[in-house]
Design a protein around this ligand. Sequence first.
Ligand SMILES: [Zn+2]
Length: 240
Amino acid sequence: MNLTKIKGIVIKETPYKDNDKIITILSDELGKISVIAKGAKKTNSPNLASSQYLVYSEFVLYKSTNYYYINSSEVLNMFYNLRVNFDKLEIAFELTKIIYNVTDENQDTSNILKLLLNTLYVLDKLNKDEKLVVAIFKVKLLDILGFTPRIDICNNCSKKLYEDKLEKVYYDYIDNIFLCKNCVLTKDNKRYIEISVPTLIAINYVVRSDIKKIFSFDLKEKYDFELFGQVFMEAISNTI
Ligand SMILES: [Zn+2]
């Protein structure tokens, strides 16, 4: 029997037979995998906790035909505060659903796992604006997946976008590009959103920073950042 040791978090549970379930794990080394957790619904199962949604564990797995099976497991983080707070749990559902849709088996998901764990940690332990946390998560996730447009200059005329902090900049979500005030004039206003330069600087910070540091900034006006996170995600979801 070939055993594989991984670390991962359960992002989905699917009922399967009486005492078994199929869990989807976002792992550090195998990408998103389906694992049959045999007997995991029994109260005396050693894998009872580790096979639950949103629990981060170290697993020893073996593969047989199309599925992995759990040989043994050890819980690393339960995210306890999150699972007893319905609003936070709902946010976690949104995050894991997004991740489920953009990941695959055998993909390098180590950074996506790191991002999810850091985001859940912030929601679990810190008192941060939750909408902003979700928006930061989306911006960083899309950056890891390679969708970040050029942020520093207008995509049409190459004008620097950071220079005047009182100016507005424009995100064209059809083409996934940033534009300056002049270049957006001729465009249909149904294809772009207006955001402030401090917001653009915050977006740049999230893109450039290590995953561990992306939540350590604050914005006076959070609305533009939250709107951008949402629109950016929707724009990319339509293309993948
Ligand atoms: Zn321009």
